[in-house]
Design a protein around this ligand. Structure first.
Ligand SMILES: Cc1cn([C@H]2C[C@H](O)[C@@H](COP(=O)(O)OP(=O)(O)O[C@H]3O[C@@H](C)C(=O)[C@@H](O)[C@H]3O)O2)c(=O)[nH]c1=O
Length: 194
């Protein structure tokens, strides 16, 4: 088998990627992305921007998406631990409004591929969490959009018992609910349909 293996999630096109880790007495080595091997497992992607964020424990970033020029994101935690969540916002998707969450760590070798058309957010479960992701579209601040992390209609089960205090940006505290933006998403030509 190759160095990468797809693990399906209950949401179509939203996948985890198990990665081969070469361990020895120095530590480990792993490839984190390889265009040819990704194409062989069905992920033909064109990345144009890489991002890195550092967070302390209890930081919640999200739920974000780019309304125009949506971004696919290939995510890895380099150090630390997060609970990472994607929400399907693709119009006509049988799983529209459904979420999927997974624990990513600096050690478990798991990557998460979130395609265009999803909102994304994460909660850090350890201090000094380095969160790295590759994007299929560049950042357009004017189209930066989001949904509030605790939207009752989405009802994400964040593992909040694992943190003492949530740390959220002012921008993220004021994001709308899905029901307030759904009409805008559904307007013809505005957003991703499947
Ligand atoms: C996302 C982003 C932010 N910035 C700037 C804008 C701002 O001054 C500063 C911090 O931005 P934010 O507060 O939006 O950063 P953050 O809350 O970490 O935003 C990220 O959250 C996760 C959940 C995602 O899915 C990402 O796509 C992105 O939206 O960095 C860029 O220059 N380029 C970028 O691509």
């Amino acid at each position: 088998m190759g160095k990468f293996k797809i693990i399906e999630t209950p949401i179509k096109d939203l996948v985890l990627i198990e990665t081969k880790i070469f361990r020895d007495n120095r530590g480990f080595f792993m490839e984190t992305y390889n265009q040819k091997e990704f194409e062989e497992i069905g992920l033909k992607l064109n990345f144009v921007q890489d991002n890195l964020s550092l967070s302390k424990k209890g930081v919640l970033r999200g739920l974000h998406f780019q309304f125009k020029y949506p971004q696919g994101k290939l995510i890895r935690v380099i150090k630390g631990k997060v609970y990472d969540v994607a929400v399907d916002l693709r119009i006509n998707s049988p799983t529209f409004g459904k979420w999927y969450g997974v624990e990513l760590t600096g050690e478990n070798g798991l990557a998460f591929y979130i395609p265009e058309g999803f909102a994304h957010g994460f909660l850090t479960l350890e201090d000094d969490t380095y969160f790295f992701y590759k994007c299929t579209e560049i950042y357009y601040p004017e189209y930066d959009s989001g949904i509030i992390w605790n939207d009752p209609d989405i009802d994400i089960k964040w593992p909040l018992e694992k943190v003492e205090e949530l740390i959220i940006s002012e921008k993220d505290k004021n994001l709308p609910k899905l029901k307030d933006i759904i009409d805008k998403l559904k307007e013809e030509g505005n957003w991703i349909k499947i």
